[in-house]
Design a protein. Sequence first.
Length: 113
Amino acid sequence: MTKQELIEYCLSLPGVLQDYPVKPPWTVMQHEGNEKGFAFIVEKDGRQLVNLKCEPMEAEFLRAAYEDVIPGYSMNKTHWNTVMLDGDVPDEELKRQIGRSFDLTKPRVKAKC
């Protein structure tokens, strides 16, 4: 998956905004409702990377299953993984991980009393 394909996929999810808040030029895909980022995209050493949130046990599983999934670059290593876009993670699996990160960071729905 290319960086542009990743951005387009993220923007197809409901209520998603694209931002560039930090340098070096990170592209952050975030929720409109709470402005929490769920996909942080950056180039490092000539490779496009994306940081995605996940549960700790799943993070460890994915790191063991795929060579191109590593602990989150410049993020909390327990709750974030970095995925190399040109690596061994199939596009459908990457989309699943994006969806999971999206769900873990989405705005909470307030209960009606």
